[in-house]
Write a protein that binds this ligand. Structure first.
Ligand code: THU
Length: 144
């Protein structure tokens, strides 16, 4: 699949994932779609909790779904969020760091405003001079 087609599809999946957002406290609906190395797409939404800090972001929901099914290589992530379930939400700092565990500086992050409408960033741009598994002398995604 051509790159633009792939990114468009990811934007669509992120917007769709936001529909499942459980956000009765913030009413901020976030959706994410994570493209794994094998071409599979894992989606996620934010899942809030009456005990606020227990809630989890859409990006980490998608990442944990993928990793817990054996995926460790990723190509791109699309994220969208807002009161209407779309709007250009950039990943929070915690999610950037979570992605950093498995993804390098060239990993693509799409800030999705709506289906087929997004800005393209890299993880290196959003999280420069980062701390990662290499600091432990390992290659990260290869840790077994
Ligand atoms: N949220 C995400 O899901 N991803 C982000 O990167 C930013 C914030 C969620 C957390 C919370 O449920 C709501 O958006 C408001 O912060």
């Amino acid at each position: 699949m051509e790159e633009k087609e792939l990114y468009d599809r990811l934007s669509r999946e992120a917007v769709r994932a936001a529909e499942f957002s459980y956000s009765p406290y913030s009413h901020f609906r976030v959706g994410a779609a994570l493209l794994a190395g094998n071409g599979k797409i894992y989606t996620g939404c934010n899942v809030e909790n009456a005990s606020y800090p227990v809630g989890i972001c859409a990006e980490r929901t998608a990442l944990c779904k993928a990793v817990s099914e054996g995926e460790r290589r990723f190509r791109a992530l699309a994220v969208t969020g807002g009161r209407e379930g779309r709007g250009m939400a950039a990943p929070c700092g915690m999610c950037r760091q979570a992605l950093r565990e498995f993804c390098g500086p060239d990993f693509i992050i799409l800030l999705v405003e709506d289906v087929n409408k997004y800005e393209i960033r890299t993880l290196g741009q959003l999280l420069p001079d980062s701390f990662g598994p290499e600091n432990f002398g390992s290659t990260g995604a290869d840790i077994r």
